[in-house]
Ligand binder design. Structure first.
Ligand code: SF4
Ligand code: SF4
Length: 188
């Protein structure tokens, strides 16, 4: 690997770093690199960089490496890192902001399954007011082309009353629709 001028990289991407700090509300410059966040992270085995390294790369302005990482999509938002951080940095919020930045920058090739799942989940909430597991699974499988994925769990879950063939609709769906329209233009 060739030499990297870190000061230059930070200068080039300072506005990106400032934006992540502002939008997440987390001053990542306070990080000590103690790695306690990574030590407790249940998603770390699926990540290419542990959370503390993402924070460090962010401090150094390494925008492309951070936004193209598998880490930000493997993070499940469990907040374990946040509760462990000795500097009270909400690492999960930083991850959330980075996912939004990655989508804006078009770096979504590692995120197709996560985005598909999120859209399918929100589709059921927007239409019925609550999660409809069977509908979400069918929509997600259709979007990803894995038509039979997890189908073996459907019947046992229904027999145990944990999932239903039909959606439950809440009252106040009009209000819910308004919320979706105000927050994301109605969503997909
Ligand atoms: S929120 Fe994400 S980064 Fe933090 S511990 Fe959970 S999976 Fe790991
Ligand atoms: S736990 Fe907090 S201070 Fe320690 S490395 Fe993670 S973000 Fe930095």
């Amino acid at each position: 690997m060739g030499e990297v001028n870190l000061s230059q990289v930070l200068d080039q991407n300072r506005s990106f770093v400032d934006r992540v700090i502002a939008e997440s509300g987390q001053d990542i410059r306070q990080c000590y690199q103690c790695a306690k966040c990574s030590g407790g992270c249940p998603g770390s085995t699926a990540m290419d960089y542990p959370p503390n390294q993402i924070i460090r790369m962010l401090m150094l302005g390494m925008k492309d490496k951070v936004l193209k990482s598998q880490t930000i999509w493997a993070c499940m938002g469990c907040n374990t890192c946040t509760t462990r951080c000795i500097r009270n940095i909400e690492v999960a919020s930083v991850m959330d902001t980075l996912r939004q930045e990655a989508v804006k920058a078009g770096y979504t090739d590692k995120a197709a399954s996560v985005i598909s799942f999120n859209e399918s989940f929100l589709w059921t909430v927007r239409n019925f007011g609550r999660l409809f597991e069977a509908g979400m699974a069918m929509m997600n499988n259709t979007k990803t082309g894995n038509f039979m994925k997890d189908m073996q769990f459907g019947l046992p879950l229904m027999l145990k009353g944990k999932a239903s063939m039909f959606p439950h609709r809440i009252k106040g769906r009009r209000e819910l629709k308004n919320i979706f329209e105000k927050t994301c233009g109605g969503g997909k």
